[in-house]
Design a protein around this ligand. Structure first.
Ligand SMILES: *Cc1c(COP(=O)(O)O)cnc(C)c1O
Length: 483
């Protein structure tokens, strides 16, 4: 028998305070709290549903409604909390969508999401060991493992930081202290013209003038030109200007180019210059026996930034600063923590970097890497490179300038357009792509706007890549109208 049209629907959710389940403000130390358990289950239910239907929403929601923001006089019941949460979720960027390929923000690795929840629940503090006994050790050991695997040597180690910008800043602060250039306003930092903006930001924080940053020209592949670097270092030395550090980039932000790390390291070694490698994008390739050759020379750095949040899907934030001589961290940042028990190892977490109180971000990195295994890491990296190659193959016949490197990033812009024409084209084409639920970004590179695809999303398939190529092909001026 068919259902009549007026069949009863599921009962409407009841929000009267009397009917609502209760939620304790703090976990009960005496018993397993069924209300709390139900609340956390509902919250993870909601999250799993958000993931599960994310292909039906746009990668970038355009309209969204925010719930009330300021706390009311009385606190909300759990159902109201979850409803409000849902509104914010509905307006969130959607990294799980197969068309999400704009930035270095992949879908989250599932074990890392669980570890993030546990991290919040443990509410430990990496500031000091008595506030994070097991987690401090986990961080120290995982940093040492990662550093050794990346070739920094058996003594190497490091510290977790809330993002690559902070890792880069700490590296340069350490380099300055190690090179005894603390008061030197004339000290210089050399990096490729395509280096990340966080290097300039770091120098500003360090109180150095903008002229302290010396960009070195890149070649046609977006890699720092070593002969140019050598000439600029010679000139600095002739002018009596000290060098604070050379920063090489392993994976530039627009195209994923890898500076020639070995030759740069040799140059730095010969002149006793600190070499920092910004491997926020590329260093993870050094974890893979299959792909390590792409970042050959990584291990010759004095310091190295790694951002597992960018391609491996460790939930944000996840960045490490690794050093060949990790004691340099404490010798730079330690002030003593007179209100804490002494460290059981060399130094407290809060004495190895700029951050004081910080969450145990290592937990989601550790669990995520354990979930992947070395073979899983290989697969994530290989998949990303393959998708970039597939898209490149699809775009190659078109009259585009393709900017890539060996990794998973590909930027492109039509040949022969002026800067304003390229800006226009990039805006319109990004819009067309978004209409098909394909999200690319629009970097300004070498004076002209490009579209950029970052192929780190494992859900992006041939269908999306072909759709990108179709939209881009349709966006290009007909051949006869090209100048
Ligand atoms: C993303 C990025 C950074 C900065 O990392 P955040 O985590 O965003 O602070 C530094 N260097 C490079 C090359 C990057 O791509």
């Amino acid at each position: 028998m068919g259902e009549p049209c007026g069949a009863p629907l599921a009962p409407a959710p009841q929000h009267e305070p009397a009917a609502a389940p209760s939620l304790p403000l703090f976990p009960d130390p005496e018993r397993l709290d069924a209300d709390l358990l139900a609340f956390l289950k509902q919250a993870s239910d909601q999250l799993c549903r958000w993931w599960g239907d994310s292909s039906q929403r746009s990668p970038l929601p355009l309209l969204s409604v925010l719930p009330e923001v300021a706390p009311a006089a009385d606190g909300l019941d759990p159902l109201a909390l979850l409803d409000d949460l849902q509104l914010v979720m509905d307006g969130a960027f959607n990294p799980v969508h197969p068309g999400s390929m704009a930035h270095l923000d992949p879908p989250p690795l599932t074990a890392s999401v669980a570890a993030d929840l546990i991290c919040a629940g443990l509410n430990n503090n990496l500031l000091a060991e008595e506030l994070s006994p097991s987690l401090s050790r986990l961080e120290r050991i995982l940093c040492a493992w990662m550093a050794e695997r990346l070739g920094l040597g058996a003594q190497a180690g490091g510290v977790a930081a809330s993002g690559g910008s902070l890792s880069n800043l700490m590296a340069l602060v350490v380099a300055r202290q190690q090179r005894q250039l603390l008061g030197a306003q004339e000290a210089l930092v050399f990096c490729s013209a395509d280096a990340h903006v966080s290097i300039a930001k770091a120098l500003a924080v360090m109180g150095l003038p903008p002229s302290a940053l010396r960009p070195v020209a890149v070649d046609g592949g977006g890699c720092l030109q070593v002969d140019q670097l050598a000439a600029q270092l010679d000139a600095a030395s002739a002018a009596g200007q000290p060098v604070l550090a050379v920063v090489a980039t392993a994976g530039t932000t627009v195209r994923g180019a890898i500076d020639p790390l070995g030759p740069i390291a040799a140059l730095c070694r010969a002149r006793q210059i600190w070499l920092h490698v910004d491997g926020a994008i590329g260093a993870v390739f050094g974890l893979s026996s299959q792909h390590a050759a792409l970042v050959q020379g990584l291990g010759r750095a004095d310091s190295l930034t790694v951002n597992p949040q960018k391609l491996l899907g460790i939930t944000k934030t996840s960045s490490l600063l690794l050093l060949r001589q990790p004691d340099a961290l404490a010798s730079c940042f330690a002030t003593g923590l007179p209100y804490m028990e002494p460290s059981w190892a060399e130094a407290h977490g809060g004495e190895c970097g700029l951050q004081g109180t910080r969450p145990a971000e290592v937990l989601k990195l550790w669990l995520g890497l354990r979930q992947l295994g070395l073979n899983g890491i290989d697969q994530v990296l290989s998949g990303a490179i393959e998708r970039r190659q597939q898209l490149q193959t699809l775009l190659e016949p078109l009259p585009l300038e393709l900017r890539s490197g060996p990794l998973h990033l590909l930027a492109f812009t039509p040949r022969h357009l002026s800067a304003p024409e390229a800006e226009n084209w990039s805006q319109q084409t990004r819009h067309r792509l978004l209409e098909r639920q394909l999200m690319l970004s629009r970097p300004l590179y070498q004076g002209r706007h490009h579209l950029k695809a970052v192929l780190g999303n494992p859900h992006t398939g041939v269908a999306q890549l072909e759709a990108v190529a179709d939209v881009v092909a349709a966006s290009l001026p007909a051949p006869q109208s090209l100048r």
